[in-house]
Design a binder for this molecule. Structure first.
Ligand code: SF4
Length: 168
């Protein structure tokens, strides 16, 4: 992995967006930034601009009014990116499923990489979800960055060298 990409995966930047939650899950997300959970110790930084984000942390069911905004945020986030749906609303729309103003879970609108269930989801579960998201994001970053010649090493050359014939 290139040096810049290696540095990047050690400090994922996260954008939190509420697509229509009751704010229960949002309070748990914000608890992560308090000294008790302190996710910045893992290098995670909360950002307000999707153009600076690597991971989208989403709460709530997607309401009809937030659908376009969610799509815009997703498109403005540069790839490779990972989406984490936090809470039962975000994972499948319940308990607001089938309401007149609700589209459904996050994956009805954009692809989701990690689902964190719970109503509200616990901070520990969100941290687990984000750690899983980081490993998925690393895979996506690695898949985009070709291995440099120096990192690949002389392995191929060694494999093509023919062994000398044994003396009688
Ligand atoms: S999952 Fe529960 S706590 Fe979280 S936004 Fe939905 S209703 Fe609120």
């Amino acid at each position: 992995m290139a040096l810049m990409e290696n540095m990047r995966v050690r400090s994922p930047w996260i954008l939190h967006f509420d697509t229509g939650s009751c704010n229960g899950c949002d309070l748990e997300v914000w608890a992560l930034l308090t000294p008790k959970y302190d996710v910045e110790r893992f290098g995670m930084v909360n950002k307000a601009n999707p153009k600076h984000a690597d991971i989208l942390l989403l709460t709530g069911p997607v309401t009809k009014k937030s659908e376009d905004r969610l799509m815009t945020l997703y498109n403005q986030t540069p790839g490779p990116k990972v989406v984490v749906a936090c809470g039962n609303c975000a994972t499948n729309g319940v308990p607001f499923f089938d309401c007149y103003n609700v589209e459904g879970g996050i994956d009805r609108v954009i692809p989701v990489d990690v689902y964190v269930p719970g109503c509200a989801c616990r901070p520990e579960a969100i941290i687990d979800g984000v750690v899983l998201a980081i490993s998925k994001w690393k895979e996506k970053v690695a898949a985009e960055v070709p291995i440099s010649a120096s990192e690949a090493g002389p392995k191929e050359e060694q494999e093509t060298v023919e062994a000398p014939e044994a003396k009688p």
